[in-house]
Ligand binder design. Structure first.
Ligand SMILES: Cc1cc2nc3c(=O)[nH]c(=O)nc-3n(C[C@H](O)[C@H](O)[C@H](O)COP(=O)(O)O)c2cc1C
Length: 179
């Protein structure tokens, strides 16, 4: 089983990255083959639907990792009631072939008191277009739960992430058994 994590924030001091690290640690502890595609490090060009863009090292890596993945865990920041432009641009390089029927868990990094939902609803809509099988459960982690190194110190948040990772592994196992 191979699960691809996408950190949807390009900010160096990203809380989405902090969430992604907990997911990665958890998957590895569960013996799952995993990669973290980190938009802080991967400089994708602006999607133009031009063939030569797929020769770009980061685009090529994204496409290959997505093909190989049995499932995804996507983490997005909420910016202005939506997902990051960086994540939308990233997903535009992918298509139904990469996502069809694959289980996808989603989580958001929230700044305000009630933020996160709009970004997750938007992400669900995009993933529906990609024919992904998005889990019903989702997570929103508030900025106050991170220290200044983007490490989550709130034990409840960590446990919630662990719970969603476990569900993703279970769903992916069921799908692999039946495909
Ligand atoms: C341009 C911008 C817009 C934002 N808009 C929202 C918002 O609509 N709702 C919200 O809850 N937080 C909002 N925030 C706060 C971010 O969600 C918060 O900083 C979060 O940590 C971003 O994720 P990141 O650290 O992974 O980039 C915004 C932050 C920025 C920089």
């Amino acid at each position: 089983m191979n699960i691809l994590i996408i950190n949807g924030s390009a900010r160096e001091q990203s809380n989405s990255f902090g969430i992604s690290k907990v997911i990665e640690t958890n998957l590895k502890q569960s013996g799952i083959d995993t990669e973290l595609f980190d938009l802080r490090k991967e400089e994708l060009p602006i999607f133009k639907m031009e063939e030569q863009q797929y020769a770009n090292v980061s685009v090529n890596k994204l496409v290959n990792l997505s093909q190989k993945a049995d499932a995804f865990f996507i983490v997005t920041p909420e910016y202005h009631n939506g997902i990051s432009g960086a994540l939308k641009n990233c997903l535009d390089f992918l298509g139904i072939d990469h996502f069809k029927k694959k289980p996808v868990a989603i989580a958001a990094a929230q700044g305000g008191v009630v933020g996160g939902f709009n970004a997750l609803n938007q992400l669900r809509l995009i993933l529906r277009s990609l024919h992904a099988n998005v889990l019903t459960e989702q997570l929103i982690i508030n900025a106050r739960n991170f220290d200044d190194k983007q490490v989550i110190f709130d034990e409840t948040s960590v446990q919630q992430i662990e719970g969603l990772v476990a569900e993703l592994i279970q769903e992916t196992g069921i799908r692999l058994q039946h495909s």
